[in-house]
Structure formats: C-alpha cells, structure tokens
Write a protein that binds this ligand. Structure first.
Ligand code: ATP
Ligand code: MG
Length: 574
C-alpha cells in the first residue's frame, strides 16, 4: 500500500502489520508490565439491544475480541439492557447471530446488565448511606435549569442535603412502586460546580413503570447507563472497558462510582474513535427510521451498513475483519472511505469466488455457420486464483446471448468489442465475426445479431497468431437459466449524509440505490444454488444468491463491482 493518500482516505494507525499495534494495546502492555490486573486481560462487547449491529459495531467487536485473542484473555458478550422501552428480543438474537457470524466466540459468557439489577440496587443503598446519593423530586425540566451551563455552575437541589435515612426510605418506596414515572430520581451527590457537567449530581435511577424483556414487571426503577455500565464491568471483572470517544467526559464518573463503592476490581475505561464512513449512516436510530419508513426492505437490506445487510449482500466475515484490521484504532475522529471496505471485499472474493458467466442485459446472437442442433461442452476454469478449484463444462450452441453493451452498430474508434465486420473472442469457445444486424421494422431497435464463427479457433485459441482485441462472456440460449439480478449503489448521494439539506438525510437519499434486472440469463451451473452462494460473474463483478424465496427465478445480489475505485484513487493520490 502506498501512503500517498489524503486525510480522508488515509487508513489509521496499525495498518499492514500482522498484529496491529495501537494505543490501546500500548496501555494493556503497560498494565501487564506494572501488574495492575495481574496480567489478566478481559474485555467485553456491550451492545444495547435496540437495533441491529452495523459496521461500526463490527469495528468494536473485532477490537474487543481481537485483544482478548491476542493476549490470551477473554471477551464477554454483554447485552446492555437497561432501557426496557426500546429493547426487543429480536435484537438480542440478531446480535448473537452477528457476533458469531463475524467469527467470534464469547464461550458462553453472555451477560445482561439486567442480571445486575439487584446488585446495582444494593450498591445504590450503600451510596445513599454513605451520603453519596440522594433522592430528588426535581422534574426533568427543573433539573435542566439547575444543572447550569458550560460557563456557569449549577445550583443545589433543595433535596440535596436531606438525611440519608430519608433518601433510603424514599428509594425503597421508589422500588416498591409508590411513585409515578418522572416525579422522583436517585442522584449521585458529587459536585454541582464541576466544569464537567456529567459530574453535576447525575441521575442514577429513574422511575419507569415498564415491562422488561427479561425481568418482566419485577422492577419499576431502572439504572442509568453511566451507573449501570461501570458496575456491570466490575461484576464481570473486566480489566479494559473499551468504548467510543463520546464517553471520554464520562470517565471521571465511571471512576467516581467505582472508587466510592471501593469495588475489588476497578476496570480501566479506554476510549477510541468511532467508525464513520463516507456515504453511510451509522446511527441505529436513523437506521431504524430507514426500516420503519420502508425506505429499505428491512434491517438486512443489502444496501444497509448492518452486519446482516452486508452478509446478505455477499460480504464475507473475512473481508469485514480484514477491513477492521486495515482501519486500525485511533484516538481522533476521522471518516473512512467506503471504497476501502469495498476493496477489502473484492480482495477477499477474488481469492475464493468461483467464476461463472451470466448476461445481465441479453441480446441474441445467431451463429449462422454453426450446425443446427449441435452442442459442444467447453472446459472453463473455475478460479484462476485457485488452481484447486478445478474446471467445469459449459455448453455452446448456434444461438447464444451476449451483453447488449458489448455490441455497437456504429462504434467510436476505441470500441473494441463486437460491431459489424469485427471479430471478437467468446470466452472458452470461438472467435466470431458480426455479419448482420437484425432490427424491429417498426421501432428500429436491434433485436438480434448474426455472426459467423471460425471452427479453427475452438476453445478460444487463435490458430495463426491472429489477435482479437476483446473477449466477451456469453451464455447458450438453449441452456441458459433465467435469473433476477439486483444492483446496488450507495443509499446516499453525498459523502456525509449528515450534511444533507436541512440536516435531513431524506434529502440525500439516492433514488437509484437499487436497480432490478429481471431478464438476466445465467449459465446452467448457476441454477439451483443455495442462498449465500457467492461467485464472480466474469467481467461484471461479484454476486451472491439472495434468500428471497418469493421469486421463482434465482435472485443474485451484486456484492461489489470489479473496478477497484480504492486502488485507482490511491494511485492518483486522490
Ligand atoms: P448507535 O450510535 O449506532 O446507536 P451505540 O453506541 O448507541 O450506537 P451500542 O449498542 O451502545 O450502540 O454500541 C455497542 C458498542 O459498539 C459500544 O461499545 C460502542 O461504543 C460501539 N460502537 C457503536 N458504534 C460504533 C462505531 N460507529 N464505531 C465503533 N464502535 C462503535
Ligand atoms: Mg450506546
């Protein structure tokens, strides 16, 4: 890889090394030297089950599980389910499936923040008794007023100095369900004048009479993220709690809770830059909106940046892991070029995907001097990158189809494909020359091409050193299988969908992000392949069988084109 790229294209640190070094690993190495955690390395991946995982989560998964793997440590799967109103079992199941599909194993350590509700409650009572937490009756609006601003300190709540026994009594009654939602909270007693607003007596518990997908109706008070997260980490004896940069200002609070509770383990929170990618939205809330408004066909729509979407599109776990290694981790925000992801997918599929022939926009070709009714079977190489993949037989006959694009009646100078009087090679078969163009008499549209073939070029080899400038893919009319092909483009027309007019991503949606071609013709071996089957259509790109069972024809998603826009951009230093 050259390093002549500009900032937005430049991969972050750690690129190209077998075990990527980064600042997080430096911190862990230091802890191992100093013995802070006795040499233990234990991370966790802590999604909130309120949506499907996206490529940003893939970065976090690869980071957390990758560190555990490389340090002979452990990584837990933690479902951060403290918000009962937005969470669903469907999401939990998809998360488990996605982590596994990416190739990682939490070895049965699947935990839920809700498993710790009782412990969280007990710890809260301890803090109350210590005079470090109090029950407060300010409404959300009043609390905002009292909080102050970045330039002004906050004001003390009138209930801040009530006796611990009174707070304890009220807290117990909160748990018992005596108070309606939004009327009362438990707050940490820290510092209303702190320059860090997160430290201005943050709420620890709120009342929420809501059914929880795991704890049912047992609880009507729920802990806030900042309180629940550090305690969950502590309960699982996590050593390194890796999260994204927006939590940097929350770290003092993370440490405050654990210090005040004097817990036996005090994990180190470490922040890294979240993944942003061009032409891609990465917020679960906005992705949910795309799904709910029917702007895509579901969470697993192949245009979605979700793991399920990328998987359905034909991306491999190896390609995604390779991408995550390539981008590395850094401490400052940047945007990765989506073409790098596509490059990684292409790179991986190039090695493993068998090659086939398919014609997306067919035009018929009749080879007038080829015997009627004759069929020949030619050997085709399954994968030039992988000799072990072997060969297969493809049928050839008098009538074939080629791509409409591969013919021009009136070609410009540089057009080397088929045109009247021109000779081209049919891959694995023969040289053909176009002798006649048949048109619809009323519309003038070309309906068929008539060609002759040279029997001496059997197998596509020139007998006399005669050169042709181009080789076309084709399918035999008598044997072709009908298919539907879905071509995908970016969901958004601008690099940063957040810059859409009016700040509304709807204004930057790409109207042609999905193009359906339902008159495609495929070589016979492509019929009856299982969903998830991946291959290259020669000259066209990589494709993958879609699980859509509503169509009688096989449906192929285009995973990625063959043109490597990333490599080209890099070469140009663009
Ligand atoms: P979103 O903003 O999409 O709702 P989130 O941060 O709320 O994401 P969580 O379910 O809380 O989603 O995330 C689980 C883990 O994945 C967290 O540790 C979070 O930091 C990490 N993560 C989420 N988005 C990204 C991203 N774009 N890049 C890297 N890591 C991410
Ligand atoms: Mg979150």
């Amino acid at each position: 890889m050259s390093d002549t790229t500009n900032d937005s294209l430049k991969p972050e640190e750690g690129v190209g090394e077998a075990t990527p070094k980064n600042f997080i690993r430096d911190i862990i190495d230091e802890h191992n030297r100093s013995g802070r955690f006795g040499g233990r390395v234990h991370t966790r991946f802590p999604p909130e089950p309120n949506g499907y995982l996206h490529v940003g989560h893939a970065k976090s998964i690869c980071l957390n599980f990758g560190i555990a793997r490389d340090y002979a440590g452990k990584c837990n799967l933690r479902l951060d389910d403290t918000n009962p109103t937005k969470e669903e079992v469907e999401y939990v199941n998809s998360i488990r499936e996605d982590v596994r599909w990416l190739g990682f194993d939490w070895e049965g350590r699947e935990y839920y923040a809700s498993d710790y509700f009782e412990q969280l409650y007990q710890y809260a009572e301890q803090l109350i008794l210590k005079g470090k937490a109090y029950v407060c009756h300010l409404t959300a609006e009043q609390m905002r007023e009292y909080r102050g601003t970045l330039t002004e300190p906050g004001k003390h709540s009138p209930w801040r100095d009530r006796p611990p026994t009174e707070s304890l009594d009220l807290f117990r009654r909160m748990r018992a369900g005596e108070f309606p939602d939004g009327t009362i909270t438990l707050r940490a007693k820290i510092d209303m004048a702190s320059p860090n607003i997160n430290m201005r007596d943050p709420v620890m518990y709120r009342v929420l009479h809501a059914h929880h997908h795991r704890t049912g109706d047992k609880w009507c008070i729920y802990p806030m993220y900042d309180y629940a997260h550090c305690v969950s980490d502590e309960m699982e004896r996590i050593t390194h709690s890796i999260c994204t940069l927006e939590f940097e200002d929350h770290r003092p609070l993370y440490d405050w809770f654990l210090d005040e509770l004097a817990t036996p383990v005090h994990p180190q929170q470490i922040e890294f830059a979240r993944l942003n990618m061009t032409y891609t939205l990465m917020s679960k809330r906005k992705l949910l909106q795309l799904v709910k408004e029917g702007l895509v066909r579901g969470w697993d729509d192949p245009r979605m940046p979700t793991i399920q979407g990328m998987r359905r599109r034909g991306y491999t776990p190896e390609a995604l892991r390779g991408f995550c290694d390539r981008i590395g981790v850094a401490k400052n925000d940047s945007t990765v070029d989506v073409r790098l992801l596509e490059h990684c997918v292409r790179d991986d599929l190039n090695k493993r995907a068998p090659r086939y022939m398919a014609v997306l926009n067919p035009i018929k070709v009749t080879i007038e001097n080829y015997p009627e009714g004759q069929v020949e079977w030619f050997d085709a190489v399954n994968n030039p990158e992988d000799p072990a993949a072997g060969t297969r037989k493809i049928p050839f006959g008098r009538e074939i189809y080629i791509e409409q694009d591969d013919f021009m009646e009136d070609p410009p100078k540089k057009f080397f494909r088929l045109s009247p009087g021109k000779e081209v090679r049919l891959r694995y078969a023969y040289f053909i020359t176009c002798t006649k163009v048949v048109k619809d008499p009323t519309t003038g549209r070309i309906t068929e091409l008539v060609c002759t073939y040279d029997p001496a070029t059997r197998g596509g080899d020139s007998p006399d050193g005669r050169k042709v400038k181009s080789t076309l893919h084709w399918v035999s009319a008598a044997h072709a299988v009908k298919g539907e092909v879905r071509l995908y483009d970016h969901l958004f027309t601008i690099e940063n969908p957040a810059d859409a007019p009016g700040g509304d991503f709807h204004n930057a949606l790409n109207p042609s992000s999905l193009q359906v071609l339902d008159g495609c013709l495929l070589e016979p071996a492509l019929g009856g392949q299982e969903p998830g089957f991946r291959c290259q259509f020669e000259r066209l790109g990589y494709f993958c069988v879609d699980p859509d069972a509503s169509s009688a024809k096989p449906v192929f998603n285009r995973t990625v084109t063959l043109k490597d826009a990333w490599a080209r951009a890099e070469k140009q230093g663009a």
